[in-house]
Ligand binder design. Sequence first.
Ligand code: G3H
Ligand code: 13P
Ligand code: ZN
Length: 333
Amino acid sequence: MVSYKELGLVNTREMFAKAINGGYAIPAFNFNNMEQLQAIIKASAETKSPVILQVSKGARNYANQTLLRYMAQGAVEYAKELGWEHPQICLHLDHGDTFEVCKSCVDFGFSSVMIDGSSLPYEENIALTKKVVEYAHQYDVTVEAELGVLAGVEDDVQAEESHYTKPEEVIDFATRTGCDSLAISIGTSHGAYKFKPEQCTRDPQTGKLVPPPLAFDVLDAIMEKLPGFPIVLHGSSSVPQEYVDIINTYGGKMPDAVGIPEEQLRKAAKSAVCKINIDSDSRLAFTAAVRKVFAEKPGEFDPRKYCGPARDEMTKLYKHKIIEVLGSDGKAE
Ligand code: G3H
Ligand code: 13P
Ligand code: ZN
């Protein structure tokens, strides 16, 4: 048993309470490799923003759960080296799908876990979430649960359509499970193709897709039922069109990639939404930078010469999210 507290990590309780009261949101960035982690920590340290490092099932398969945890432990020391005296870094399991995987993360030093029972029948979601909460809380590890289904791919679960969270269920769910935060479905989805072209309109000037707005009425109804309760938004990448254009210019093929407009995320961050998940945007930043180097310098074969620019681009992206979208800069001095 390793306690996250010994590793210098923190759970989400205090960060979420401060974020709700302060009208901002904490960034939850996924990481799968060293360059992503370096970029996340550099951006967070330079802006003094609390941050959640997320590890998905895909990341565990790709990079190994043990290695990722040691990397997160190293990240705390790296943050201090960068001059961030009191780093507020949470290590979080993203989309845990069984009690066993959540337990293994709790036992191994994660400070927060998500149990995603959103694809299960309601009562089964409650039973599984409650079991994880009872275990995790013994070690002061916080638990995120999910109610409602996001369209797109959630690791192994693929949903054609989103099913918005039902506001009439949230009090019963939160009370009976004891979860610390709740991921909801209000129209966001995972990946770089969040809406089908037929769900969007087109900007006549640029030809780019303009997505439909998020269901803020559903969010408002949930906040009315659970005042002050921490709400989480998954699938919140904006899919910056400048990255999509660079990728397409340099040999990629990502037609009609579209995300959640940043104004909508800014609005959400001011509400009880206190955790905003971003993964795809970092993938796009990385890929755009690598494709550009490959196209402009075809003789380059040292990975540091293309992963370095990719890391710089991700750092820029993370800082932009922290300062311009979530407003979490300066909240972890
Ligand atoms: O929830 C989705 C995250 O972006 C993680 O994706 O399972 O491909 O690592 P992944
Ligand atoms: P994006 O695919 O929109 O980046 O969402 C990431 C996410 O929700 C991770 O859990
Ligand atoms: Zn997610």
